[in-house]
Design a binder for this molecule. Structure first.
Ligand code: ADP
Ligand code: ADP
Ligand code: MG
Length: 680
């Protein structure tokens, strides 16, 4: 067995691998860039090596630096994690050429399976059904169009070297070919330094089902329970679960055996995942094989009680697999949510900042894989995945409710994340039914929000939470003043029921609190309906609150916003305004919702780097026309003009780093506005 392993990665996956190394008594060596010197993976490792400046190309993607670090520390193996160099055949070869073990498949298998065109051919050879299409690189739009007639519409253009859902384009009409092909080609070239593109039939409303396999170097192979990863956004997974509500035992075995045939055909060893796409008739087709540890591997570990990283290390050291197929046992259900630094309200664009306050989800059967904590700085250089939260239950519903509760308590302040978006997906009745498909989010969400009305029962519970916190806070303040003003606030006053009016658009609740803080038992009337509520002796400055409402325990996340209280619960985030009945009377007359005037400035939607500026002062632009391009967290984004208008000033240049909400350009005031200003 190895006594030291270099982990050629960062973030949550590096932390996760380090933990297994430690448990096995193997030394873990971390590497870090300038941006990561105080990161969790560096703190948790036994040793760490500095490998360069923040951009990945000069640090985490530098094969030479990584191998030199492994050498310098006397490591015998390199674990690549996922992403970065994990599926780089040349890196795997360089590692083994150095006499180090690569904790992953042989370089030859990575090369064979890394190209989707080549892997499709291999899959056919191994007897797997593949998506109907044209598994050859297409050269031009004309040729592609001719082939398309045969495959039929809609179809999908796919980069052969693809990954992370990038570059793919759906085409529904022949006339869209030329532009889609050139866009796909440009994106592919940039992202993967390769421009081979092929075509597949686009399967409508499919499920994504995948099989995790593990192979040793002696020809033994096992497959694990299927994972369903149909909840995706732009072809990227958001929520994963195992097993799948759509797969029975015999279908699982069929898929499992086929996955193993492909691995055998490729001369595979170590962990890998064979991805399938399954249509509404339960016909399934091979998509691709990922030759590494998968992001969503924790859910497999939760239902099998295995440590996949441990198996990877054993196999890489030349040991035979310690279990046979019959010994793969599964128990219960596990669901995982990916927590990313992104803003669902701004089209999920990446967010950055420093985490100022952090509280982990709690709960039995909850697992958090994370690389962050209070004080972590989230920057623009790396992937936006911050953490994964997974929950286990005896059945799907138990796992789902456990995960919702866990996310209700996951408090991350300082950086906007998708925590509540993921929770809204989990709380959605269609998700609860298990009626999944890859277009679920597109169908049921808009601008990061569920299209259905908030569950009124949830809103009521949140209103109760907000009033209790408000009330407790007020009475604590009153109490602290008592010694100074002995006349004010006799103790009998606290026993009187208290009335509040709570406003949360579009609702107004009349809430009466009966009970007192010391007994912790309340009878709360919401618009006349009574609820029995029990509170633990909470401290009002906490950010999480547990309440038992009519016997059911719930956790709420709280934030004070000026004199309002923001509550997050089951994916809903609402800001409650709380009034005494007298104040409410006044407020109702005073309120005037601010009217939004048109803004003449173009604000930056996310932090990042400007890569191109297409306009100059005096240019007239059309609404929607791309005027600036920027790059952030590996993603390029075009910034369109918000309306027609004349550019008065451009405030940024290519190469400049920008912050969110920074002004990029100023439009000249339109004539209508000017004349309005004149007449004033
Ligand atoms: P990547 O390497 O980016 O993961 P995949 O081939 O695995 O690419 O596809 C990613 C996702 O794209 C799938 O999970 C699925 O949602 C969608 N997808 C891929 N191929 C098809 C197809 N032929 N029809 C419909 N959806 C597809
Ligand atoms: P903070 O972020 O302010 O430190 P946490 O959410 O991490 O707050 O909670 C910290 C502590 O508060 C935990 O020990 C938890 O048990 C306790 N706590 C949370 N909610 C309540 C409550 N309703 N009553 C009493 N203690 C609570
Ligand atoms: Mg894939």
């Amino acid at each position: 067995m190895f006594d030291k392993i270099l982990i050629a990665n960062r973030g949550e996956i590096a932390v996760r691998i380090i933990r297994t190394c430690k448990r096995l008594g193997i030394g873990a060596v971390a590497v870090y860039s300038e941006a990561d010197s105080r990161s969790a993976h560096v703190r948790e490792a036994d040793e760490s090596v500095f490998i360069g400046p923040p951009p990945a190309g000069e640090s985490y993607l530098s094969k030479e630096k990584l191998i030199a670090a492994a050498r310098a520390c006397g490591c015998q193996a390199v674990h690549p994690g996922y992403g970065f160099l994990s599926e780089n055949a040349e890196f795997a070869r360089m590692v083994t050429d150095e006499g180090l073990a690569f904790v992953g498949p042989p370089s030859s298998a990575i090369a064979l399976l890394g190209d989707k065109i080549a892997s499709k051919a291999l899959a056919l050879q191994a007897g797997l059904p593949v998506v109907p299409g044209h598994a050859e690189p297409v050269s031009d739009a004309e040729e592609a169009q001719a082939i398309a007639e045969r495959i039929g519409f809609p179809l999908l253009l796919k980069p052969a070297a693809g990954g992370g859902g990038r570059g793919m384009r759906v085409i529904s009409r022949p006339e869209d070919f030329a532009s889609a092909l050139s866009q796909c080609r440009a994106e592919t070239r940039k992202a993967f330094a390769d421009d081979k593109i092929f075509m597949e039939k686009f399967i409508s409303r499919p499920r994504h089902i995948e099989i995790q396999i593990m192979a040793d170097q002696h020809g033994n192979l096992v497959y694990f329970p299927e994972r369903e990863c149909s909840i995706q956004r732009r072809y990227q997974k958001v929520i994963e679960e195992t097993p799948s509500p759509a797969i029975d035992r015999s279908l699982w075995q069929r898929m499992g055996r086929l996955a193993c045939s492909l691995a055998a055909e490729a001369g595979y060893a170590n962990a890998g995942t064979v991805e399938f796409i399954m249509d509404q008739q339960q016909e399934f087709y091979f998509l691709e094989m990922n030759t590494r540890l998968q992001v969503e591997h924790p859910i497999t570990e939760m239902v099998t009680s295995l440590d996949l990283v441990e198996l990877q290390i054993l196999v890489a050291a030349g040991d035979p697999l310690p279990l046979k197929q019959e010994e793969v046992r599964t128990r219960g259900w596990a669901i995982e949510a990916r927590i990313c630094a992104e803003d669902p309200a701004r089209d999920f664009s990446p967010t950055t900042g420093m985490i100022t306050r952090y509280a982990l989800p709690r709960g039995e059967n909850v697992r958090v894989d994370s690389g962050i904590g209070a004080g972590s700085v989230i920057n623009i250089y790396y992937d936006s995945l911050l953490a994964k939260v997974a929950a286990w239950g005896e059945n799907r519903e138990a796992a789902r409710t456990a995960l919702i509760r866990a996310l209700n308590g996951y408090h991350i302040e300082g950086v906007i994340t998708n925590v509540d978006f993921a929770n809204a997906v989990l709380d959605h009745p269609i998700f609860a039914r298990g009626d999944l498909s890859t277009d679920f989010i597109e169908q049921n969400f808009e601008e990061g929000k569920s299209k259905r009305l908030p569950n009124p029962e949830h809103v009521r519970s949140m209103a109760i939470a907000s009033v209790l916190v408000y009330h407790t806070r007020q009475s604590l303040v009153r109490e602290s003043l008592k010694p100074m003003t002995p006349v004010v606030g006799s103790s009998s006053q606290a026993k009187k029921p208290r009335d509040y009016v709570v406003r949360v658009n579009p609702y107004v609740f009349n809430i009466r609190l009966d009970g007192d803080r010391k007994s912790r038992e309340w009878r709360i009337f919401v618009d006349g309906n009574a609820y029995e509520v029990i509170t633990p002796d909470f401290e009002y400055y906490r950010r999480r609150l547990v309440l038992k409402i009519d016997g059911q325990s719930h956790m709420f996340r709280l934030q004070y916003r000026e004199n309002h209280i923001q509550v997050a619960f089951c994916g809903l985030v609402c800001t409650f305004e709380i009034y005494s009945p007298a104040e409410w009377k006044l407020a109702r007359y005073m309120r005037q919702d601010k009217e939004e005037g048109r803004d003449n400035t173009l604000k930056c939607p996310m932090p990042g780097l400007i890569t191109a500026v297409y306009v100059k002062e005096g240019d007239y632009v059309r609404k929607g026309q791309e005027i600036i391009r920027m790059e952030s967290m590996k993603m390029e984004t075009g910034i369109p003009a918000p309306h027609d208008g004349l550019i008065e000033k451009v405030l940024v240049v290519s190469g400049q780093a920008v912050e969110v909400d920074e002004t990029l350009a100023i439009f000249a005031a339109s004539r209508a506005e000017e004349s309005e200003a004149d007449s004033l």
